[in-house]
Design a protein around this ligand. Sequence first.
Ligand code: FES
Ligand code: FES
Length: 167
Amino acid sequence: MANYSLNINGEAMTVSAPEDMPLLWVLRDILGLTGSKFGCGVAQCRACTVLLDGVEMVSCQLAISDVGKAKIITIEGLTAMREPEQGTTAVVHAIQETWISEDVPQCGYCQPGQILTTYALLKRNPRPSDQDIDEAMRGNICRCGTYNRIRKSVHKAAKYMQKGEEQ
Ligand code: FES
Ligand code: FES
């Protein structure tokens, strides 16, 4: 066991955990942040996706001792995030709007991972092509088959963001 200082959703937290405990376990079982889902546990579904310094990661495969000082964002923190950098809130808002209007979630289990991956994609590429979307999202498995809705929503969110830029 060791103590780890973490930055999760903008808050400093300290947890005591075995060094090989995956971040997903820390989030769900120690901190009660159950938005990140356990799907396969072997890096095959991405239901457990979180952002580490803005980059999507599978938290079931990341030992707590390897997190270091990275800023962790989970689905719980995404909507509350108010980073000073321009456009952050606009991206979150665009995703929320289009996920609702396209009725994307079905059972919802994969959606935290889908949404965080979409957020990371739109932050680095605000105008993704079909191919860009498929490449970014291909590891995110949805047993309800929401792939077409997700692709449509990502395009719609990108357009929504562009409109915001023009205002
Ligand atoms: S639970 Fe982590 S990739 Fe499936
Ligand atoms: S919405 Fe059910 S698994 Fe994706």
